[in-house]
Write a protein that binds this ligand. Structure first.
Ligand code: OAD
Length: 262
């Protein structure tokens, strides 16, 4: 933690109020408490599935049935997951007028399910399938059943409309995310290891544009102590709950920014 103060949650709450225009960037860590595994680390998806064999566009084009072994697991797990207290906390902060937008790398749709209205899906969503030959799209529930490999009307195998390695970020999502990063007063980065480009550039864009960066993550990341102004170590649900309580009860959170934050 770089900004001072013995109570970093209170410092973070104070910055959110003093600066306003709060934008949130989320990653897989925010959905861990909903039972969805993250990608990296000992329990992560990439321990079980080598991303070069299962998560690239090249791998999908070469062997879509094999890649669907992993995709089926993701669709099943995400389809059965419910938003957790962290997703609901962000929706509540939007309702309170504190959070302006959520940019998410997640493809599980849980921010919208929790009630967040302005959500920018940087890596797409598992709810939709697309044919990489004729570009026809379908709701996933209309074409996929557990264990099946979904087919397009043209006969080709469908791909979830999510970004695999080697694919570009959807143009509008990238434009909107960068605009949010350039114009926010605070970027709150939650549950991402910030190892995947270009998503990991968003905190740097915000910082270089003058925003304060608050990070919520139990672990250090490449952003911590570098781009991050305040690192709140712990789970997203617990820390967002404490921020919400502080914002609701602490009049002092409306005073000026603490030392170390512009
Ligand atoms: P990672 O799996 O790389 O990182 C998850 C982060 O969440 C780690 O830094 C954990 O410390 C943190 N974390 C775990 N539990 C948490 C909790 N309860 N509260 C807060 N943080 C917690 O996931 P991402 O950074 O989202 O892209 O991964 C980025 C991209 O890599 C994904 O969107 C996906 C993947 O490859 C593509 O497939 C294109």
């Amino acid at each position: 933690m770089r900004a001072g103060g013995s109570n970093p949650v209170r410092e973070a709450a104070r910055i959110l109020t003093a600066r306003g225009n709060v934008v949130v960037l989320t990653g897989a860590g925010i959905s861990v408490e909903s039972g969805i595994p993250s990608f990296r680390g000992s329990q992560g998806m990439w321990e079980k599935y080598d991303p070069m064999e299962y998560a690239t566009l090249h791998a999908f084009m070469k062997s879509p049935q094999k890649v669907w072994e992993m995709l089926s697991e993701m669709v099943s797990v995400c389809g059965g997951a419910m938003p957790n207290a962290a997703h609901r906390g962000l929706a509540a902060l939007e309702e309170m007028g504190v959070v302006r937008a959520v940019i998410t790398q997640n493809v599980d749709g849980l921010h919208q399910a929790a009630g967040s209205r302005r959500v920018i899906e940087y890596h797409g969503n598992l709810d939709e399938l697309i044919c990489v030959y004729c570009w026809k799209r379908y709701p996933t529930r209309d074409r996929w059943t557990p264990g099946s490999v979904p087919l397009c009307d043209c006969g080709e195998i469908l791909k979830p409309n999510v970004v695999l390695f080697g694919e570009p970020i959807p143009w509008l999502a990238q434009e909107e995310a960068e605009e949010e990063a350039r114009t926010c007063g605070v970027l709150v980065v939650i549950g991402t290891s910030a190892q995947v480009s270009p998503a990991c550039d968003i905190p740097r864009i915000a910082k270089e544009s003058g925003a304060a960066v608050v990070e919520i993550n139990p672990e250090e990341t490449s952003l911590s102590g570098n781009v991050t102004d305040i690192h709140l170590r712990g789970s997203a649900s617990e820390l967002l709950r404490r921020i919400q309580v502080t914002l609701s009860t602490d009049d002092e959170s409306t005073s000026t920014s603490p030392p170390g934050i512009k």
